[in-house]
Design a protein around this ligand. Structure first.
Ligand code: KG4
Ligand code: ZN
Length: 313
């Protein structure tokens, strides 16, 4: 094979996912098993339940991704797996399975940071050079970072309270959206997006964030992403022309959020780029692609996994 090929494995939360991706960004095979339906019934993710479901499905999912790719496992250049952040019990299933496979196939192992993978997905779907600004909005995180290289992130800020996806999931639970026939298998965020399309946006007078700012000065306060764009441009951390804002993570699949960000990027002479929704939510492709990026950059590739053990916190 002329190209490097990586198997990516993701089990950080409630999706068991795997994919085989090559150096040119071709997705050779992919498979995913979502636990959303089960967790909706219990009103949230029970870590031990998630762990068991990962155990029940990981072998089949990895096998499906490999079979679809039609490559022989011996042709893999490396195996890449999410090792953090996430639910300890869920991460453990992916890691122990991967280490076993790495031992059997005698392949290099590439540990993956889940948020790095969300941030780099855009380089699989679009031609995007470093540096770019990234807004990662998911079920567990809300962060703004300047991406200067494959593993060179300057963290500009993160939410102090709740991640947006977590908030949407809790609101959906309070509203019992799972009982709505059209939404019974959707994540909270997706259900809200779906039903909001049929709603009346003027029915409630809901105040926008930061509306309580008191002084005139504070009233002129800009949203965090707006300030980050201006900050990076002022300090020449982003190019003055064709600066790019990337939005990714599950909540970035929301088209209302995308439209709001687009208004912002239009006003600041930036370009907004988002992966397609199925690559914004957790998947194996982003993990495999992160593995490719790291292989090409020669970063964090482990050739000897002897001594690596996964110990849940
Ligand atoms: O990135 P992700 O799949 O998993 C984490 O890393 O957290 O994000 C999952 C989150 C969930 O909270 C889900 O409700 C939210 O993303 N989400 C959405 C949409 N689809 C998924 N939020 C808003 N609009 C959507 N269409
Ligand atoms: Zn995620």
């Amino acid at each position: 094979f002329l190209h490097k090929i990586v198997l990516g494995i993701e089990t950080s939360c409630d999706d068991t996912a795997a994919a085989v991706v090559d150096e040119t960004g071709n997705v050779l095979g992919e498979a995913i098993h979502s636990q959303t339906e089960v967790h909706l019934k219990t009103g949230g993710i029970v870590p031990a339940v998630a762990q068991q479901l990962h155990r029940d499905n990981i072998q089949r999912i990895v096998q499906e991704a490999l079979s679809a790719s039609r490559i022989s496992p011996s042709d893999l250049s490396a195996i890449a797996t999410t090792i953090k952040p996430g639910l300890a019990l869920s991460l453990g299933v992916g890691l122990s399975f991967s280490l076993q496979l790495v031992g059997q196939l005698k392949k290099p192992f590439i540990p993956i940071h889940h948020m790095e993978a969300h941030a780099l997905t855009i380089r699989l779907t679009n031609k995007v050079e470093f540096p770019f600004l990234v807004l990662l909005i998911s079920g567990g995180h809300c962060l703004l970072a300047l991406v200067q290289g494959v593993s060179d992130f300057l963290l500009l800020g993160k939410s102090l309270d709740i991640a947006p996806g977590d908030m949407l999931d809790k609101v959906a639970r309070r509203l019992s959206l799972i009982k709505h026939p059209e939404c019974s298998t959707m994540s909270g965020g997706k259900a809200i997006e779906h039903l909001a399309k049929q709603g009346n946006r003027f029915h409630f007078d809901i105040k926008p964030p930061l509306h309580r700012a008191k002084t005139n000065n504070e009233k002129g306060k800009r949203g965090r992403t707006h300030r980050a764009i201006l900050f990076c441009k002022q300090r020449d951390l982003l190019p003055q022309n064709n600066a790019v804002l990337v939005a990714s993570g599950g909540v970035a699949s929301n088209f209302y959020v995308r439209r709001a960000l687009e208004i912002l990027t239009n006003a600041t002479q930036c370009t907004l780029l988002c992966p397609p929704p199925r690559l914004c939510t957790d998947n194996g492709i982003m993990i495999a692609w992160n593995g490719i990026e790291r292989l090409r950059a020669g970063l964090g590739i482990l050739h000897d996994i002897e001594g690596i053990r996964y110990e849940p916190k």
